[in-house]
Design a protein around this ligand. Structure first.
Ligand code: HQG
Length: 181
């Protein structure tokens, strides 16, 4: 793994899963002062030469849009597992969304709904290709679930913006889910 990918992993851990380990003060939307994050990283020898320009490079070089830098702060767009629920912006979803997952999870999803599991939100994909890539993290032949987001939204299910390709929901009841054949 190259150093920017490793940095991204470390920052993902800090911003999504364990901000307290880095003594970060995170606000309700997940923002952390960049100086604070850099200060925390600098305590490890491995990261003592990392500066804001490297964060910009990390974001630029990544295929996935995981982080946002703004007004001296940084946040992760999605993926959080911390107890304090990060507030996301509610938005009307596209008509259809997708969810890539493992074959072994399908039965449970259909019985118990699509649930956030260890994260704060269920993660949905804007397009099939993205869903396939998400699913491949769990299964070499992933299943793609088709979410009738329009009907779900009309019937009161809330959707939130992650980034342009990633949508979030608190739960997706299985009545809105079909397996792609
Ligand atoms: C499954 C990565 C059984 C769900 C990705 C998924 C994404 C159930 C797994 C982002 C279930 C959780 C999130 C149920 C859901 N029974 N299994 N009732 N409900 N599941 O990793 O969506 O690279 O927490 O289908 O690209 O795979 O980190 O979620 O398979 O955008 O930036 O439980 O993380 O982005 O797995 O991935 P995950 P996810 P990064």
């Amino acid at each position: 793994m190259n150093k920017l990918d490793e940095l991204s992993k470390e920052i993902s851990y800090a911003l999504r899963h364990a901000p307290w380990e880095y003594e970060l003060e995170m606000d309700e939307k997940g923002w952390v002062p960049i100086e604070q994050l850099l200060g925390a990283l600098h305590r490890a020898e491995k990261w003592n030469d990392i500066y804001e320009s490297d964060l910009n490079k990390m974001i630029e070089k990544s295929e996935k849009k995981r982080y946002e830098l703004k007004d001296g702060k940084i946040r992760a767009f999605y993926g959080h597992s911390i107890t304090m629920k990060i507030l996301k912006e509610e938005k009307m979803p596209p008509n259809i969304l997708y969810h890539g997952t493992a074959r072994r999870f399908i039965q449970s999803i259909m019985e118990n709904n699509l649930l956030p599991q260890s994260r704060q939100y269920v993660h949905l994909s804007q397009d099939i290709e993205t869903a396939k890539n998400v699913g491949r993290r769990h299964d070499d032949k992933p299943c793609i679930l088709i979410i009738d987001a329009k009907r779900a939204w009309n019937e009161g299910i809330k959707f939130y913006i992650g980034n342009e390709k990633v949508w979030l929901a608190d739960i997706v009841p299985s009545r809105y889910i079909k397996e792609m054949q």
